[in-house]
Design a protein around this ligand. Sequence first.
Ligand code: C2E
Ligand code: MG
Ligand code: MG
Ligand code: MG
Length: 282
Amino acid sequence: RAKELGGNRYEVADPEADARAITRHGLTNRLPLALERGEFFIEYQPLIALEDGSIRGAEALVRWCHPVHGVLGPDRFIPLAESTGQIVPLGRWVLQAAARQARSWQSPDGGCAPHVNVNLSPMQLHHPDLVAEVARALDESGLPPASLCLEVTESALIGADEDALKPLRRIADLGVEIALDDFGTGYSNLSSLRWLPVSVLKLDRAFTRGLRHSPPDPVDSKIVEGIVSLAHGLGLTVTVEGVETRAQAEQLRALGCDTGQGWYYGRPGPPEALHKLAMADA
Ligand code: C2E
Ligand code: MG
Ligand code: MG
Ligand code: MG
């Protein structure tokens, strides 16, 4: 088709790809303004103790309410924010807002203290101000460090040397929990668990998929069982993602997983929804 247009032609190899590129470009350009205008918001998804079904806390998941494109999920804009560095101010905002939110869920004496989990991008992890920003978010919100868990992905840590891990160690020293997110999706190096400053392993959905039905997939069961025993042996707790059915929840509990997250327990939603769940639970 481009040929017909003759000499002064503009080649469009794939109009759809082109449209996507334009949107991407527009989204990227708008990120700073969007943060200024308060277009981002956070949904919270419950984290459930598998043993007794009680609420342990929630994961903070950011969304963008774009004036033209509507609500966008993080997969649409986090990679863009990561590529421009805009993830640093955006991530700081998520951390501060989630810490304040979690503090408001806690009773004044901190008696009932749900956790809040916040995702960190690789670029935030390597930013020199990270430790100070975490300390500041705790300080300003009054959230106890033990009520905050930072989720970092395996791929962000693979190949990290001792220097690169120092900030994480200092954050762990503050009493903040560190979780290894999406565990098992990268090139898992099980021996790295020996020296990474993590206390929680978040098993990716890929592992729990085979446990959705009764009877569960025997190979997936064995794999989960093995990972759980390894994690527990190293003093880590195990959270499982993508719990969608009751059968799965029961399997995962029987296999020794500690905490579950997924549609079976609750989809990500506004903070009020989580508050109600927690109150009903107490
Ligand atoms: P993640 O940290 O692995 O978060 C879990 C994702 O799984 C969420 O997708 C959640 O909505 C989805 N999910 C939860 N339960 C189920 C289930 O039962 N079945 C299925 N099929 N999916 C389930 P979401 O909200 O689209 O977030 C995608 C990713 O974006 C997150 O993956 C996280 O890596 C990233 N992300 C979200 N918020 C932030 C943030 O504030 N900062 C950074 N750096 N990344 C974020
Ligand atoms: Mg996460
Ligand atoms: Mg995850
Ligand atoms: Mg995941």
